[in-house]
Design a protein around this ligand. Structure first.
Ligand code: ZN
Ligand code: ZN
Length: 421
């Protein structure tokens, strides 16, 4: 591509999106592989739902007054006149899938995980994208707070395998619907006293949904909200017991935590447990993952009365603090001389690949010197030498690029050498 063409604006990735190129993608693959392996150990299975859903699903599920729905959804009308939305989060899709397929009647544990892109029309900034990626896990049908502790422990297990250090676990209970009106009233009362000091957005929230004032990122609002009544004082007896049990189970699992009564999370559907794992290595946006319980969501969708709990982990965020080494590649480069040798090389490449050796052959007749220069540039571990002499003898050269040592052998002998180290 010419310089002029490559600089063309209309060919650039859309604002808030980016390409994940070879060199970086290996870390994504490693993270995804570790996540998959970890979750499967806890009995989770993958559930893949579509990227877009009827807009109504998110309006209902995410909460019609939550910031996500109000400001950030990618909503469009398709050619059939339907209002569709690129998912801003994953949970509503899983809930829909469970109801649609009646997975609650199958008797299998309802433990699901998923990883993929989510979409929010957020202000793009460092580390924040409009197409961002999440790992999401959900458990349905387990009321016991023990499962909340189990998934928090699972999150720790994964972060440990990713080499993430210096984390803190914050837990809270936002109670059930029984306690919500009294708490909302108390918050509204408290907000009224400071109304003129709150931002315009929070002034609106003070009326519509005062719990959401805790989500405001403006410093003055945060300071004011810090003095608001604590939700812990408004929990009903059942919710208090549930929270005490969560803490007891975290103690059993030896997971250190801090109770943070301001942790109400940005989505409206949470009940009882909420939690976040934050990283000291990040700035203000320091949550690596967050989640909680949503016991009423399935019912609200017109489905069965099945409770749920889960968390979502930001892949971009976690990768910025993870210690993941990319794979060590040992490429075998095929150097050939002439048309017949190229064909022999093609067949040899097939043989080595079939036996698990990464092999590269390119179709430019470079001459031996040219091939070695190319192999060097690609940092190939070894070069397979295929010339007329080698073909006649059925024995090929193998040069180790690090040591410069060269041996020859039949393809089986060479394979044995390659698999040895
Ligand atoms: Zn309650
Ligand atoms: Zn505010």
């Amino acid at each position: 591509m010419s310089e002029e063409a490559s600089g063309r604006k209309d060919l650039a990735a859309v604002r808030g999106t980016r390409d994940i190129l070879p060199g970086e993608v290996e870390k994504w693959q490693a993270l995804e592989g570790l996540a998959r392996a970890t979750f499967e150990l806890y009995g989770f299975r993958e559930l893949r739902a579509p990227v877009f859903e009827p807009t109504e699903l998110f309006e209902k599920g995410t909460g019609s007054t939550s910031d996500v729905v109000v400001k950030e959804m990618y909503t469009f009308t398709d050619k059939g006149g339907r209002s569709l939305t690129l998912r801003p989060e994953y949970t509503p899709s899983v809930v829909r899938a469970i109801i649609e397929h009646r997975l609650d009647l199958e008797g299998a544990p309802m433990r699901y995980y998923y990883m993929g892109p989510m979409f929010r029309y957020d202000k793009p900034q460092k580390g924040r994208y409009r197409q961002f990626h999440q790992i999401d896990i959900e458990v349905f049908g387990e009321k016991d707070a023990a499962v909340d502790a189990e998934i928090i422990e699972m999150a720790h297990a994964l972060l440990g395998r990713l080499g993430v250090e210096g984390t803190e676990t914050l837990v809270n209970s936002v109670g059930c619907r029984a306690g919500r009106p009294a708490y909302s009233a108390a918050l509204r009362e408290a907000a009224k006293g400071r109304l003129s000091d709150l931002c315009a957005d929070c002034q609106r929230k003070a009326e519509t949904n005062p719990l959401r004032i805790f989500d405001c990122k403006i410093e003055t609002c945060r300071e004011i909200a810090a003095a608001f009544p604590s939700i812990q004082d408004f929990l009903c007896a059942e919710c208090r017991d549930h929270f005490a049990r969560l803490l007891a189970c975290l103690d059993v699992l030896k997971i250190p935590y801090r109770v943070d009564p301001r942790l109400v999370r940005g989505l409206d559907y949470y009940t009882k447990t909420t939690f976040e794992i934050v990283s000291s290595g990040l700035g203000a946006q320091n949550a690596l993952l967050g989640g909680g319980r949503y016991d009423d969501m399935m019912k609200d969708f017109g489905g069965p009365d099945v409770c749920g709990t889960g968390f979502a982990m930001g892949i971009e965020r976690v990768l910025s603090v993870a210690e993941i080494a990319g794979p060590v590649r040992k490429i075998l480069y095929v150097a050939y001389l002439g048309e017949e040798a190229m064909k022999a090389g093609l067949e040899l490449a097939r043989f080595f690949r079939a036996n698990g050796v990464e092999c590269l052959i390119e179709y430019k007749d470079r001459g031996m010197k040219g091939h070695f220069g190319r192999a060097n540039k690609l940092q190939a571990a070894r070069v397979l030498i295929v010339g007329p002499d080698e073909m006649a003898k059925g024995r090929f050269g193998l040069k180790d690029m690090a040591t410069g040592k060269q041996v020859d052998g039949s393809r089986e002998e060479i394979l044995a050498l390659l698999l040895e180290k």
